[in-house]
Design a protein around this ligand. Structure first.
Ligand code: GLN
Length: 502
């Protein structure tokens, strides 16, 4: 007889395990929500993943789901019926606070649902709480939040990644069954990697951005952070699709992603970009990705070397385009249309006092950078040139995907770092995005999945990124799922030895 597997607690279930139990009426939505709320009370004082939470409302919404189940509504019709899901504080949920990790929005309450929030609700999910993030999604560590840093559940002296650090920490510590984040340059994938979760950035245009507070509109996508690839596929099925309210969402049929998870990747061609195994890559990250590549070939994939020659320009290109778009998008936070208004002698004084006191340092740095690269005399030298390089980066991928089905890289060049370690050096922080930002510049889809741990002390999760062509999520998910199901990494939970006992 083998060893007994440790019993999985209710809050530790995946979405698909929970929906099974809900459908069989073995648990109620209220019990599932209560399990999350209990886990939040034990761990959130240390983690600071949730920055707003209304437990009574969450339980009342769970009761509504239980009533729907009692009335005979099924999970075939409403695939997320009764599942507690939490959202990053940059996605609008009607009647919930919307702060974008900033103090500038004061006590703003969203008057409407983002399309993704509406779709989750229509699928029966119970949306609750607001998850911490870098202010306006600018950052890689969640240290740039006006609500304080979020801590990594695997080691609370470390950052959880960013900017969707609250979402990843919450999923990893089992405070919710799944979460939404947003990814402009890696903000779903990198925190997922740092916390040991699955993070999916859909292709640009796959998921509506309506109701996502814009950072850089040509790069932003909303994506799920989940405990497994199967759950990511399930959430993507719900979130994806054309939306007349977002003119950049693409009118393409949405495949049944969960049906793609066959476990069979024989014959698929996987590319390894020679430019990505660069110096500066942490040896443990490199070792785990190398081992994962060997594992994929043992599953029958054919691994070939490819080239993405313009990769070296990706960070510079991103930080010109993203800041330029941010400087325009954030102009609306002026104290007149939105925000807690500061008093001023005249309108210019009012704007500058509102913005000067409301925005944090990193947001101000990016608005200034973005305004500079768009200003007359510099527009051609920076912005226009960056757009041309963006086209070259995109063509690298188009060319690569003529001969391979997917591309593998590490998600981040290092394991999760210590709080404060890079906070005073923006360039060091920007380098964290080296593997993730090209997918946003090119519009491709990409996923980060757990692929190992650092040495026993401290034991920190590591992530591998799989990139696919635009609208190639099906193959991406198939590879990710086959890898996950044949490796042990996703089954581990952080020890949470800091949690208060109950
Ligand atoms: N870390 C990157 C930045 O600071 C990406 C952020 C994101 O994807 N929202 O811009």
């Amino acid at each position: 007889m083998g060893l007994m597997a440790p019993k999985t607690m209710l809050h530790e279930l995946t979405i698909s395990e929970l929906t099974g139990k809900l459908a069989r009426r073995e648990v109620s939505a209220r019990q599932a929500m209560q399990a999350c709320l209990d886990q939040i009370s034990r761990t959130n004082p240390a983690l600071n993943a949730f920055i707003r939470l209304d437990p009574n409302r969450a339980l009342a919404d769970a009761d509504l789901a239980d009533q729907a189940i009692a009335q005979g509504k099924t999970h075939a019709e409403f695939p997320l019926l009764g599942v507690p899901i939490a959202t990053k504080d940059v996605i609008a949920v009607k009647d919930q606070p919307l702060n974008c990790g900033s103090k500038i929005l004061g006590d703003f309450i969203s008057p409407y649902d983002a399309t993704v929030s509406r779709k989750l609700k229509e699928a029966g999910a119970v949306i609750f709480g607001r998850l911490n993030m870098d202010e306006f999604a600018m950052g890689s560590s969640t240290e740039n939040s006006a609500f304080g840093v979020t801590r990594n559940p695997w080691d609370i002296s470390r950052i959880p990644g960013g900017s969707s650090g609250g979402s990843a920490a919450a999923v990893a510590a089992n405070l919710c069954y799944g979460a939404l984040g947003s990814d402009t340059g890696g903000s779903v994938r990198q925190p997922a990697a740092f916390c040991g979760c699955v993070g999916l950035k859909p292709s640009y245009g796959r998921v509506s951005r309506y109701g996502l507070v814009a950072y850089a509109s040509s790069l932003d996508q909303i994506g799920p952070i989940t405990k497994t690839v199967g759950d990511a596929a399930l959430l993507l099925e719900t979130l994806a699709g054309h939306d007349p309210l977002d003119s950049t969402s693409v009118p393409q049929p949405v495949p049944r992603f969960t049906g793609e998870l066959t476990g069979d990747i024989r014959g698929l061609r996987i590319g390894l970009p020679r430019e990505y195994m660069v110096g500066g890559l942490d040896p443990e990250v490199k070792a785990s990705v190398d081992a994962s590549i060997r594992h994929l070939s043992s599953l029958g994939a054919e691994v070939v070397e490819i080239s993405l020659p313009h990769t070296e320009h990706a960070i510079a290109t991103y930080y010109i385009i993203a800041t330029a778009e941010a400087s325009a998008n954030l102009a609306r936070f002026d104290g007149i249309r939105y925000c807690k208004r500061a008093e001023g002698a005249d309108v210019i004084d009012l704007y500058s006092r509102t913005r000067g006191s409301g925005f944090g340092e990193e947001v101000k740095r990016r608005i200034i950078l973005g305004t500079y690269v768009l200003s007359s005399g510099y527009y051609d030298a920076y912005y226009l040139r960056a757009q041309k390089v963006r086209t070259l980066i995109r063509s690298d991928f188009v060319k690569a995907f003529e001969s391979v089905d997917a591309i593998i890289t590490p998600t981040s060049p290092t394991p999760p770092f210590k709080i404060g370690e890079k906070a005073s050096d923006p360039l060091q922080m920007y380098l964290m995005d080296i593997f993730t930002i090209s997918a946003n510049l090119a519009g491709n889809c990409a996923i980060s999945i757990p692929c190992g741990f650092t040495s026993p002390s401290p034991r920190l999760p590591l992530g591998m990124q799989i990139l696919g062509p635009s609208f190639g999520e099906s193959t991406l998910l198939r590879i990710a799922h086959a890898f996950e199901q044949s490796t042990p990494w996703h089954r581990e939970h952080p020890p949470l030895d800091f949690a208060t006992k109950s």
